[in-house]
Design a binder for this molecule. Structure first.
Ligand SMILES: C[S@@+](CC[C@H](N)C(=O)[O-])C[C@H]1O[C@@H](n2cnc3c(N)ncnc32)[C@H](O)[C@@H]1O
Length: 363
């Protein structure tokens, strides 16, 4: 933990300020001067205490989080340990997920990533000119993130639950990619993130969509819930590696080339799940394996209709969010209290639609 994190933290029970007791520290040749490896954070108001271990403040209390969310954190912690590598292709994928948000939008903003995983997106945001980035995760994925990006100067990592965020209203921008649909109560998770925004802050989320995913909800989810989510990570990795062979082959050898032909010959029918399979045809085998593994390990996965995503935003005080169908199987939602930001995003979406970019079709 960097010493400069302290004033930004708030108690997860009462939002009070913390007193920091430093244990082990290591000197650092940067503006911070040292890294706090172990210690204790004591709330000045309610006196609750939370440890700092292995360089990370552990602001999770199992009495305040649901057992389902805690279990999800455990499972994804295992997943990120198996797939901890960083890859330069993540940048393109990240901005595809967040589109119409672009790197320029992040400039000089104080940003929250809700569900940071192995830290791949927090790193990109920190490198894109954000003022500060705070990444939180409920499980031991946070240790993988710390290993990967904990050294970055503007980046802070905290173990915490999205439903119990250790912040007041300090963020210019918050985002969450592939997380809310894995929570016990996705809408409550969304609301909790919104509650940490500054009054003129903005938010972008990406979640699984219900539309076009009937085959997953009817055929894959029952197997995941009854069987694969309960398997040890190593065993599941063997299974996912095997299943990834046909997925990788079809995406690379069929979906990718066919989509190019179909794009120029609109009279040809779209093949099954074409938008998504052709999108992942650019990935290597390890990444496809990770996608398959990720789908099979999750204890909970909601596939959310567009109407529900819209309702989350509207109930949180954003009447006109920008909602985009991504790869015809998921939803990206953006909203801001600054009208000109919403107008900019809508304009970008319009340009993308007119350029006939398949990934950015609006439903
Ligand atoms: C599919 S991963 C996505 C990680 C990251 N956003 C990415 O795309 O690389 C979902 C992550 O959300 C975390 N997560 C799930 N429920 C959470 C919660 N209630 N609070 C904080 N993190 C949570 C998991 O531990 C996991 O690391």
């Amino acid at each position: 933990m960097k010493p400069s994190l302290l004033p930004y933290l708030a108690c997860i029970s009462c939002k009070g300020q913390f007193h920091l007791h430093e244990g082990e520290t290591q000197s650092r040749d940067n503006a911070e001067g040292r890294e706090i490896i172990s210690g204790l954070l004591t709330c000045k108001s309610c006196l609750n205490r939370y440890p700092i271990t292995n360089g990370i403040p552990r602001l999770v209390d199992s009495r305040l989080s649901t057992s389902t969310d805690m279990n999800t954190g455990d499972r994804f912690g295992d997943a990120w340990k198996e797939f901890s590598r960083m890859d330069e292709r993540y940048e393109q994928q990240f901005f595809d997920w967040l589109f119409p948000v672009d790197p320029h939008f992040l400039n000089d903003k104080v940003v929250l990533e809700a569900g940071v995983g192995k830290g791949r997106h927090a790193q990109i945001v920190a490198d894109s000119g954000a003022k500060m980035v705070f990444g939180i995760d409920i499980g031991h994925a946070i240790d993988v993130a710390y290993e990967n990006v904990g050294h970055m100067p503007k980046l802070h990592l905290i173990q915490s639950d999205i439903r119990r965020l250790p912040f007041n209203n300090i963020f210019d921008f918050a985002f969450s990619v592939g997380v809310l649909h894995h929570m016990d109560d996705p809408k409550a998770g969304f609301t909790s993130v919104v509650d940490c925004l500054k009054p003129d802050g903005s938010i972008c989320i990406w979640v699984y969509g219900k539309e076009n995913n009937w085959w997953i909800t009817n055929m894959v989810s029952p197997v995941r819930e009854a069987f694969t989510t309960k398997l040890p990570a190593k065993v599941l990795k063997l299974i996912s590696t095997t299943l990834s062979v046909p997925v990788y082959t079809v995406s690379k050898a069929v979906a990718g080339p066919y989509a190019k032909v179909q794009n120029k010959n609109k009279w040809l029918p779209e093949m099954f799940y074409q938008a998504y399979l052709s999108y992942i045809s650019n990935f290597d085998f390890t990444e496809v394996n990770h996608i398959v593994f990720d789908h099979l390990i999750a204890p909970v996965a909601y596939y959310i209709p567009r109407g529900d995503v819209l309702e989350w935003f509207q109930d949180a005080g954003f009447p006109n969010p920008v909602i985009r169908w991504h790869n015809k199987n998921s939803w990206t939602g953006f909203a801001s209290h600054r009208q000109h930001e919403v107008e900019t995003m809508n304009a970008r979406l319009e340009v993308a639609k007119n350029s006939d970019s398949k990934a950015f079709v609006e439903r």
